[in-house]
Design a protein around this ligand. Structure first.
Ligand code: FUB
Ligand code: ZN
Length: 654
């Protein structure tokens, strides 16, 4: 099979481009998850959108839905938990996108017919001038583009554009793509700093990265220009959200919810983007903005944007990120609070935010392989994001605490259903995050059993990765080439891995990674060459910066890219009575029978004796300790078995 070329930039030569999804056949760990999404999740998503009434809102052939208010009464007369949302178009769009990726896994005519049906609805809804938003066409006609701060119109447009690109790539069908080009052109006429245009941008970023995808798919530079406009207009004065609120007779900074919009940090529009140095506000919004900025930086070769992103990256990863790659601790703004404020049991850490962090990190890898980004990509992917999907692909987490007293469980659905299709589209497209390819080299960012077909240095290359990662750190890469070809194979040596070994054709090579954290193997590669890696996966303790008060005196356990946790199902209740010794000696691994190849960890531990307590609330006596064994399971697997307590940061014995 001839290799398909990687996603091309529209203009500037993007040094390392991701492969397209069908270029990478994914097996093993991720293959199982993709199968769950393809076989189950996408159908569930469709059915739940249907049950929620989303298609009633979109389908122009159905009566306009009754529910003009954000709540509706169920048959018992009480307010139903399913609420109409003005961003439902975005959720349906993500379902189309996830389904498109699932269709790469295996043809599924029934699924494709359902998606074609939704696309027909959107196409039928689109207005003559190209405008396309079900809420403003059917629920609140006449009010389009009057509240960009809150109403998600451009966000919905962006998700529909991403869906259109994905569906076009997967099926070759253009209907949604053509519709979204017309809509993008309408948006381009509406927004800008020219005469008669609105100098606006969306309160929820997304359109920026979506327009870049649309530009890359269509080759139309004007979409790139529009994306750049939205990035650069953000935070300019006079502030657009003040201007549009004044036109509505409102005060943008005082209206509901005033606390969020007092200074526009919530929407990352408090400053022009190049001046932003602190990651603030709503976490998903922030991740999508930075992803869009990284795309524009790559397309325009704009180092001023890259410099800003570097500062923001360090700000996030060194002071505001959970050990799981979860981000945004607070429910009140679905986002960031203060440095080192990382509460565990109330952690919001929305699944979408970690998905967005994966998007951002992967784009930061566009200029060169750099372990700082790929390590975080991996951390957020396996822990913060994947946790949002149950092992069988049928249930979801929206917020991802690192401690539960037994009250937190996976949802069948959520009244704000942004996360289920988001994690589904990420998992189903995982092949695109594994490699980066430049004109002269291939970078392996993630280790995953897979076969990739790509073009490098003018040659068709088949790269076969055989591995049981993340359960085992042995990785075997086999090169398939029609003729000997010189290129650089860059292998990420994860920062958690202390004694990596690499051999080519059985000959060990020194593992020197320099600042990049990648071992760069430049040579003339021949068909059948084999690279073997051993990335030792000892369970390791992880301790938090002393300023993270919530983790003081506690330790987390990780192995390879996976963060582990304790569950009541294995350890009984009162997980906070368990203490881990300072060193994790005596660790044993065992398969988790319910979950195939998954690895559990057993560690000698101590348990505080609570037998002496009766009714009193406080005592002066020191509790007794007894030896026990603590059994840890990967955090992403929690709440897949019997419900109960869960704990990531375990008390440390002194
Ligand atoms: O507002 C749209 C999505 O819903 C956001 O990205 C999520 O945080 C949730 O609020
Ligand atoms: Zn979400």
């Amino acid at each position: 099979m001839t290799a398909i070329s990687a996603e091309p930039p529209v203009q500037a030569p993007l040094a390392f481009r991701p492969l397209r999804i069908p270029q990478v056949a994914v097996n093993g760990f991720w293959g199982q998850h993709i199968d769950a999404v393809a076989d189950k999740t996408v159908d569930i998503l469709y059915e739940r959108c249907l049950a929620a009434g989303m298609f009633d809102q979109i389908d122009p052939s159905r009566p306009v839905p009754e529910m003009r208010l954000p709540f509706r009464r169920n048959q018992y007369g009480v307010l139903d938990t399913i609420t109409a949302q003005m961003f439902w178009d975005s959720d349906v769009a993500k379902v189309i996108e996830a389904a498109a990726y699932a269709l790469y896994r295996r043809p599924n005519p029934a699924l494709e017919a359902k998606m074609d049906g939704i696309i027909e609805m959107f196409a039928g809804l689109q207005l003559e001038d190209g405008y396309l938003n079900s809420w403003y066409i059917r629920m609140q006609p006449g009010q389009r583009w009057t509240n960009l701060r809150d109403c998600h119109e451009l966000y919905c447009a962006g998700h529909l554009m991403e869906a259109a690109v994905a569906y076009h790539q997967a099926t070759g069908k253009r209907k949604l793509l053509d519709a979204m080009m017309r809509y993008a052109d309408h948006i381009g006429r509406t927004f800008g700093t020219g005469p008669g245009q609105k100098p606006g941008y969306c309160g929820h970023e997304e359109i920026e990265l979506a327009l870049v995808r649309l530009a890359r798919e269509t080759g139309e530079r004007r979409y790139l220009e529009l994306a750049k406009y939205f990035v650069e207009q953000r935070g300019q004065q006079p502030h657009y959200f003040d201007v549009e609120a004044e036109a509505r007779g409102e005060n943008a900074r005082g209206s509901w919810p005033a606390s969020l919009h007092a200074d526009f940090r919530y929407t990352q529009s408090h400053l022009p983007v190049r001046e932003q140095q602190k990651v603030v506000g709503h976490a998903v919004r922030a991740m999508y903005l930075y992803s869009g900025m990284a795309d524009i930086a790559a397309e325009y070769g704009d180092s001023s944007l890259t410099d800003a992103l570097e500062i923001l990256w360090n700000d996030l990863t060194a002071k505001q990120m959970y050990v799981t790659g979860g981000i945004g601790p607070s429910a009140s703004n679905e986002g960031f609070t203060d440095y080192y404020d990382l509460p565990n049991d109330t952690a919001y850490a929305e699944t979408c935010a970690s998905v967005g962090l994966v998007f951002w990190a992967s784009r930061m890898l566009g200029s060169a392989p750099d372990r700082r980004y790929a390590d975080v990509l991996e951390q957020a992917l396996y822990n913060g994001a994947l946790t949002g999907l149950s092992r069988d692909g049928s249930r979801f987490f929206y917020d991802n605490p690192l401690e539960s007293h037994g009250q937190h469980h996976r949802w069948d659905w959520h009244k704000c259903p942004c996360c289920p299709p988001n994690i589904a589209r990420l998992v189903a497209s995982i092949g695109t995050y594994i490699y980066g390819v430049s004109d002269t080299g291939v970078a392996v960012h993630l280790y995953a059993d897979s076969v990739a077909k790509l073009e490098v240095a003018g040659a068709d290359l088949t790269l076969t990765q055989s591995t049981d990662y993340p359960w085992d750190g042995a990785v075997r890469l086999t090169v398939g080439l029609a003729q000997p070809t010189r290129f650089t194979l860059s292998l990420r040596i994860p920062s958690w891995c202390k004694d990596a070994k690499v051999a080519i054709g059985g000959q060990s090579v020194p593992v020197e990674t320099g600042n990049s954290g990648y071992l760069k193997l430049e040579r003339e590669w021949r068909d059948g060459d084999v690279v073997e890696m051993a990335l030792p996966m000892e369970a390791r303790p992880v301790r938090a910066h002393p300023k993270v008060r919530q983790d003081t005196g506690r330790v987390a356990v990780a192995r390879g890219p996976l963060v582990y946790c304790l569950e009541e199902a294995d350890n009984g209740a009162e997980l906070n009575s368990l203490l881990l010794p300072r060193s994790l000696g005596g660790m044993a691994t065992a398969p988790i029978t319910e979950f195939g190849g998954a690895v559990s960890l057993s560690l000698p531990a101590l348990r505080e004796d609570d037998g002496a307590w009766s009714a009193e609330l406080y005592r002066s006596d020191v509790p007794g300790l007894s030896d026990t064994t603590a059994r840890f399971v990967p955090y992403y697997l929690w709440d897949n078995r019997a419900p109960g307590e869960m704990l990531v940061w375990v008390r440390s014995a002194t």
